[in-house]
Structures are given as C-alpha cells and as structure tokens.
Design a protein around this ligand. Structure first.
Ligand code: ADP
Ligand code: NI
Length: 220
C-alpha cells in the first residue's frame, strides 16, 4: 500500500470511531457518500488533487461544532490527528484550511480557497439534496424532536422570512437551506447534479402539500 492509501485507511478508522454514535445526520455513510462524490467530482477537475479531496471529505465532519465542545476543539482534534499521522505539513495545512472554511453558515462564508475545497464543499452540499437530503432532514428533525410541518407558521416562499425560528420544522429547513444550495455549487459537475436533486425536492414538496391539503385525491 502506498502512503496515500495507508493514510486514507487510517482516516477511515478514525472517522468511524469518532462518528459512531452520531444522530445528527453525520453517520459514517454520509461521510462515505461525500468521499465518493468528492472523488468523482475531482476526476472532472484536472487541477484537482484526488487524495487531498478524499482525505478532507473523510475528515470534514469530525470537527463539526455540533459534535464538539466548540468549533476550535473540533478543529484541534482533526489537526492533532493529521499531525500524528502525516509527516508532510503541507498536506495538514491544505486539509485544515478546507475543513475550517467549508461550513454553510447561511451561505455567508467567503469562497473556498482551493479547488479541492470547492469539491468537498460541493460533495457535502450534494448529500443534503435529493431523496437522501430529504431523508437526512427528517432524520435530523426527529433526532431533535421537531415536528414535520406546521401550516400555522406558513411561509409560501422563502422571501417571507417572518417565521419564528424556535422549533423550526423539517419543512422549514427546505426553505431555510436546502433549496438555496443549488445556486451555491462551485463546480460544473455539482451544478448539474444539484439541479436534478433540486427538481426532485420541489416535486416532493408539491406532492407533500397536495397530500396535506387533500388535493391528491383526483376526484375519488
Ligand atoms: P453537513 O455539514 O454534513 O451538511 P449539517 O450539520 O448542516 O450537515 O446537517 C446534517 C443534516 O441535517 C443535513 O442533511 C442537513 O440538511 C440536516 N439539517 C441540518 N439542520 C437541520 C434542521 N434545523 N432541520 C432539519 N434538518 C437539518
Ligand atoms: Ni457533512
């Protein structure tokens, strides 16, 4: 095994152990999907380093604030792991920069500095879309004890942001974040795939409201 393949294997073991008991949508299979997507996108970007993309994808959620005492504590954990397993400081620095800057933050964070960062950010965001994104949203809401939807706190379009934010419903999350992600993709590959997954979510929401309002009975 070459040293890159060895580091990837070690990272898998570390991440599996760190995220073993997570119920906030960051289970191992999320990480595995993001890593595969990142590798796939990297193949379409000729400047991109597949190893940096894959390693950053594997480690990206270990530092998540929700899983650590603070953002800094999470970043320190990843940095310590990198420092003890990789001699090349340049790799550690590149991966740390990606992980420290890739979060959504309401879409307000500055653009990623490297192509690998753009790739991992796209891959993570793509996994929040489509059928899997919908499943993760309801799983997350369930884990937090939030209800599916509350029509009395209705919003028909996300320009109408007067919603009281406590106890945000799962459906609210589509408007708050998921439907905005398509326009935030960095790479052409991700833009195209995001559009498909976005369309599927819109179709899903149409059906959801149709059922909610009993408009799907087709004159039964
Ligand atoms: P990641 O950084 O892996 O994209 P997040 O920590 O932002 O993940 O969220 C994990 C999953 O839970 C994602 O699929 C996200 O869309 C979903 N999620 C995050 N916040 C909420 C929320 N308030 N309500 C419902 N789903 C949420
Ligand atoms: Ni993630």
């Amino acid at each position: 095994m070459n040293s890159e393949a060895r580091i990837i294997k070690l990272a898998e073991v570390f991440v599996k152990q760190e995220l073993e008991f997570d119920s906030s949508g960051h289970d191992w299979w999320h990480i595995d999907r993001v890593r595969k997507l990142a590798l796939e996108i990297a193949k379409t970007e000729k400047e991109a380093d597949g190893f940096i993309s894959e390693l950053s994808a594997l480690l990206h959620d270990v530092a998540d604030e929700k899983l650590n005492d603070s953002k800094q504590a999470g970043l320190d954990k990843v940095e310590n792991w990198l420092a003890s397993n990789i001699a090349d400081k340049n790799i550690t620095n590149r991966v740390m920069t990606i992980i420290a800057t890739m979060s959504y933050n309401g879409g307000q964070n500055p653009p990623m500095e490297s192509i690998e960062g753009e790739i991992v950010q796209d891959a993570d965001r793509l996994d929040a879309l489509g059928a899997i994104g919908i499943a993760r949203t309801f799983a997350y809401s369930g884990a937090k004890g939030t209800i599916i939807h509350n029509p009395e706190q209705e919003f028909s379009h996300f320009s109408q942001m007067d919603y009281r934010s406590n106890g945000k419903t799962a459906i609210y999350h589509f408007y708050e974040k998921l439907l905005k992600l398509k326009d935030l993709m960095n790479t052409p590959y991700a833009k195209e795939l995001a559009t498909k997954r976005h369309d599927f979510m819109e179709e899903y929401l149409r059906q959801f409201y149709n059922e909610w309002n009993l408009e799907d009975n087709g004159g039964l």
